[in-house]
Design a protein around this ligand. Structure first.
Ligand code: MN
Length: 743
């Protein structure tokens, strides 16, 4: 091909990258002539470059830069030639005219097999929500047939994450980062490829928690210099102290990755990065196991080891095969560092294994007698890693990353619970066991006590402390997200709190009636005489109040039912209201436009019509879509809407159906102590409550009465009770609270 290449300089740069790949491969493939290495790599590179010609990355780089960079990431695993070729060609079947069969004709069965595996995996990616555990399991079985597919896939994902900033859509960036954090990083971890794991996590961290990432980066940079001086000095001292004949191949140090630092700070409640004593570790590499123990002995004569922190992973390797001696000592150059310091001692072979884990066995080796990735040994080992009991959770974990509306949280034993987004410790407890939910006393998230309405975040570890004397509270209904929790709480409350629920239901309905009809219930509940077309006796009327009280029915649905009955008092009131409305009516819309009480973008009387695609009916949840002639109303879940222009959406709802918010006035009584008000405002802040007004006075008994009024966006009828529960929990001076008004 002699077509003109548009960006010559870029191609020149990429050609140089390919040369550097060849040089590096020649370093570890000493028995293969460099010309052969160069020829095979160039062949794949040129083939891929021609196939991708004219394609651009989102960064405006020529597409071929991506497979080349992915191959550079892959090199740490010391891949064989076939894997390198497959990586260079990995997007060819997916994104170009060339097929797997074309590749087979030029590069043979193995390369074709690996690129076909990559294509299969990327198909999974595009299927999004349809992805089920079953297809994911298949995906892993496909992987375990040839571990090289997953190595290429990890390298591919790593380079995509490193360039994800060019992706224009923030939500998509976050979704990809979540998927990477939940699917790819754990795979790298299981396979022991820590470089990949950490690099992937770091990129995800940047996308998902940019502020926290920058803060940690900044804190790390502050004492970097002191750390370096420290390491140089320690290095020299260790070298000087070693007895003769104990060779030190290398002394280096590694800083904990930002994501691990972040997680640990969360877990331990640390405020500053430097509070972590294992922030960095010194690593000493020697030539033999025997010398590892010699070095350990010498270290312990110079500095004092911390009891119980010595670990012999040489005699007792970790499950993933990791070997090393770990010891933690105090007093190394205390002028630089007050925390104890971890020292790891290992041989070069152990080091290699530690760096790339499972891949170490697979890595190209001159002595190895063609230990191919398809060896039964490999398939078996990988299957075991991915199939053992703990890993059925791992599978669940896989699934979650692809569902935006789900989160996963861990039990203290590391089991995973899948929950809808916004779930709380109460949802978590009920999803583990209904008994646990029914008797929650305290919830801890990452070791810290949290309120029961705390919103769980992905990956948090939740511990529920049980107390047989505690029972579900009806107030939980206003924050739980799962049906299971809701039904259990309702069932419990209906059994035990009927009177309380009737009172609450009366309160809720009265607030609604007062607001919309300037009316309240009488003693006989006569407004509830006919509901849903049925005539109700006293018990039936009270049942309606129970439904309102346990939040299984909305007051607007009860009043709508009252209005349907033309003989009801409410109906008459409403007719009166309509009379007034008619007199003020604006010119009527064209006949084809239907006039109903639909509020569009907060306005009444906007001309609209129902879309033909989904045919919404009055009362459906709807959304408006602005057209040249007015607004088309679609059902909220209408599939044809997804292809449309988001800027033209406009919110719409049926009058009276949307929550209109509540106004609450309440009083709380406290012992008069300094700091009470501050604690109270902190709770308001945490619960995202805006206070409109607050006043305080002290009575003759020296008690402080605080009266406040607030507005909520949602009709959260149990807000006050929840507020009281939190106040009771965290302010010891609390005496009592009273709801004065709700409307
Ligand atoms: Mn790719």
């Amino acid at each position: 091909m002699t077509k003109e290449i548009p960006t010559t300089t870029d191609y020149f740069h990429i050609n140089m990258l390919v040369k550097s790949i060849i040089d590096e491969v020649a370093q570890y493939m000493k028995n293969t002539p460099k010309e052969v290495i160069a020829e095979e790599i160039q062949k794949a590179y040129i083939y891929a470059r021609n196939a991708h010609e004219g394609q651009m990355r989102k960064s405006w780089d020529p597409y071929i830069l991506h497979p080349v960079e992915a191959t550079r990431e892959l090199l740490i695993l010391r891949p064989d030639i076939v894997t390198i070729q497959s990586c260079l060609l990995h997007d060819v079947p997916e994104d170009t005219d060339k097929t797997v069969e074309d590749i087979r004709a030029v590069f043979g069965d193995e390369v074709a097999y690996i690129t076909a595996g990559m294509e299969k995996l990327s198909n999974l990616k595009y299927r999004g929500e349809e992805r089920t555990i079953g297809s994911l399991r298949k995906m892993f079985i496909a992987m375990s047939e040839d571990v090289r597919v997953i190595f290429v896939k990890l390298a591919d994902r790593l380079h995509n994450m490193k360039t994800i900033e060019f992706h224009p859509n923030k939500e998509k960036r976050e979704r990809i980062a979540l998927e990477t954090l939940n699917v790819y990083a754990p795979i790298a971890d299981r396979l022991g490829i820590f470089d990949f794991k950490e690099a992937l996590e770091t990129e995800c961290f940047k996308i998902l928690y940019p502020e926290e990432y920058n803060r940690i980066k900044e804190e790390l940079s502050v004492f970097k210099e002191a750390q370096e001086i420290f390491v140089t000095k320690v290095k020299q001292l260790i070298i000087d102290t070693m007895p003769e004949g104990v060779p030190i191949v290398d002394i280096s140090y590694r800083v904990k990755s930002p994501w691990s630092i972040y997680k640990k700070m969360q877990r331990k409640g640390y405020e500053r990065v430097q509070d972590l004593y294992d922030l960095f570790a010194l690593r000493i590499i020697t030539d033999s196991v025997h010398h590892c123990y010699d070095i350990l002995g010498t270290i312990h004569t110079i500095w004092t080891p911390v009891p119980k922190r010595f670990k012999d992973y040489i005699a007792l390797p970790k499950e993933n095969g990791y070997q090393s001696l770990h010891t933690t000592v105090v007093g190394i150059f205390h002028e630089f560092r007050s925390q104890p310091t971890e020292i790891q001692i290992r041989t070069l072979a152990m080091h290699r294994q530690a760096e790339i884990g499972v891949a170490a066995h697979f890595a190209y080796s001159e002595t190895g007698q063609s230990k191919t990735a398809k060896d039964a040994y490999w398939a078996a080992e990988l299957k075991e890693i991915l199939d053992n009991s703990e890993d059925s959770d791992f599978m669940t974990q896989m699934k979650i990353g692809v569902f935006d509306d789900r989160i996963f949280a861990f039990t203290p034993r590391g089991q995973i619970q899948v929950l809808p987004k916004g779930s709380t410790p109460v949802d978590f407890a009920y999803s583990v066991h209904s008994d646990l939910g029914d008797h929650i006393a305290v919830a801890r998230v990452n070791g810290r006590v949290v309120p029961l309405d705390y919103e769980l975040r992905n990956g948090e570890s939740v511990e529920i402390v049980m107390d047989k004397n505690r029972n579900p509270s009806i107030t939980w209904l206003s924050f739980v997200k799962t049906t299971r929790a809701r039904e259990s709480i309702k069932a419990y409350s209906n059994r035990t709190n009927r009177d309380q629920l009737i009172e609450k239901g009366r309160f809720i309905l009265n607030a609604h009636l007062l607001k919309h009809f300037n009316k309240t219930l009488d003693k006989d509940l006569s407004l509830l005489k006919i509901i849903d077309g049925k005539t109700l006796d006293t018990e039936g009327r009270e049942n309606v109040l129970v439904q309102l009280g346990n939040l299984s029915r909305k007051p607007s649905s009860v009043t709508r039912s009252m209005l349907e009955n033309s003989s009801s008092e409410l109906h008459k009131l409403k007719e009166l209201g309509e009379q007034v409305k008619k007199e003020k009516k604006i010119p009527g819309p064209k006949s084809e436009w239907i006039s109903l009480e639909l509020i569009i973008g907060g306005e009444k009387h906007i001309p609209y019509r129902f879309a033909h695609c989904c045919e919404p009916k009055v009362g459906d949840k709807v959304v408006g879509y602005i057209t040249r002639n007015g607004v088309n109303i679609h059902k909220i879940d209408c599939t044809s809407l997804r292809q449309k222009d988001f800027d033209r959406y406009i919110p719409a709802y049926w009058e009276g159906m949307k929550a209109q918010g509540l106004h609450i006035r309440a009083e709380m009584v406290f012992e008069n102590k300094i700091g009470v008000l501050k604690s109270l405002t902190e709770i308001f802040f945490l619960m995202r409550i805006n206070i409109d007004e607050m006043s305080a006075h002290t009575d003759t008994d020296g008690l402080s009465h605080i009266v406040f009024s607030l507005k909520t966006e949602e009709e959260d009828y149990y807000l006050f009770e929840r507020l009281m529960e939190r106040v009771k929990l965290s302010i010891g001076e609390f005496k009592e609270g009273k709801l004065l008004e709700m409307k």
